[in-house]
Design a protein. Sequence first.
Length: 107
Amino acid sequence: MQGYFDGADDSSPRWLYYRKRTEGQNTLVLDQQNQVLSALPPTNFGTSGTVQDSSTVVSIPSDSTAFFTMDLTDTYGVTFVSYVSVAYASLLNDDIFQINQARYPPA
């Protein structure tokens, strides 16, 4: 396994092994390229503020929401944002789209 333990930067042979490549981590792959190793994508989280008290039973109001965004521009070298929203404790919506490009998934 030549180069497998040489992982100091993106050009290392380590990142050519499937197990260490982006697709080997079961995550987003764009243009069959690895994620940028040194990327630190900015994130944002917000919520309507619903909290659970000490009870083991929680009743979540219908207007309770939370969201999470992450700008993956530095991670993949293209401009796009991942937006995940959760509403009423059961709906998970994950939209990934490129800025100024076609929207995926199509509306």
